[in-house]
Design a protein. Structure first.
Length: 214
C-alpha cells in the first residue's frame, strides 16, 4: 500500500510521504500548503475598473464576446430618472467622518458610458440625459453651497463635472429647485433647469431618448 498523499490545487501538486512510527502513519502537510489550500481565490476574480470616459466613478467589468449583440448602427439615446440623493447628516451637524460615495444613479450613467466605450461603441452613438428631482436635487449643488449646508464638498461633484464634460445633459426639475431650496445660481455650472421633471421627461422622449428602468 502506498503511503503517499497527493494534494493538487491551482495546478500545483503537493506530495507528502508518510513514514510509519509505532505502527501509525503520521505526516504533517507543510504550513504553507495549508494556507494555500485555505486561502480565498479573490486574486482570480475579475475586478471592475473605471474609464475610459469617466474616471472618477463608473467602474465596470469587461465582458468578452457577449452572445447578445446589439446592431452595429444602434443609437444609445437614454434618459435616466435620478430621484434618490446621497444621504447626508442634517444641516448644521458634524461633517461625515468618511468620504461619501457619489450619487448611485449618476454612477450608473458613468458605468453606461464606460462599458459601451470599452465594447467599441463609437462615442457619438451614446447620448445620455439625467432628469433629477426629489432628494437628488441637492446633489447638484456647487461645492461652496454644499459645504455650507453639510460641512463637506459635494461627493457627487467630480462625477457630475465629468458627465457634463462628456456631453451628458443633466436637467433639474424646477419644482424640486423651488420646493427643496436648490437655487439655480447655486448649481454646478452646466446643469439645466426645467419647468418640471415631467416636462423634461416628455420632451426628451419625444426627441428619441428611451427611459432606462434602473
Amino acid at each position: 500500500m502506498s503511503n503517499t498523499i497527493s494534494i493538487q490545487r491551482l495546478g500545483v501538486r503537493y506530495r507528502a510521504v508518510s513514514p510509519r512510527s509505532n505502527g501509525l502513519i503520521m505526516r504533517r502537510i507543510p504550513r504553507l500548503a495549508l494556507l494555500l489550500l485555505a486561502a480565498p481565490l479573490t486574486a482570480l476574480v475579475a475586478q471592475p475598473t473605471t474609464g475610459p470616459v469617466i474616471t472618477s466613478s463608473g467602474a465596470v467589468f469587461d465582458v468578452p464576446n457577449p452572445t447578445f449583440q446589439a446592431p452595429a448602427n444602434h443609437e444609445y439615446n437614454v434618459v435616466f430618472e435620478v430621484s434618490r440623493g446621497v444621504e447626508m447628516p442634517a444641516a448644521g451637524s458634524a461633517a461625515p467622518s468618511v468620504a461619501l460615495a457619489p450619487n448611485e444613479q449618476l454612477n450608473t450613467m458613468a458605468r453606461f458610458l464606460n462599458m459601451h466605450a470599452r465594447a467599441g461603441v463609437p462615442r457619438e452613438r451614446v447620448k445620455l440625459a439625467a432628469v433629477v428631482h426629489g432628494t437628488a436635487g441637492k446633489d447638484l449643488l456647487d461645492d461652496a453651497t454644499f459645504r455650507t449646508r453639510y460641512g463637506s464638498d459635494n461627493p457627487s461633484g467630480p462625477l457630475i463635472r465629468e458627465l457634463l464634460d462628456a456631453g451628458v445633459r443633466i436637467i433639474l426639475c424646477g419644482q424640486t429647485s423651488m420646493g427643496r431650496d436648490v437655487p439655480r445660481d447655486k448649481l454646478i455650472p452646466g446643469v439645466q433647469v426645467a419647468l418640471s421633471a415631467m416636462t423634461a421627461m416628455s420632451v426628451l422622449q419625444a426627441e428619441g431618448y428611451r427611459l432606462n428602468p434602473w
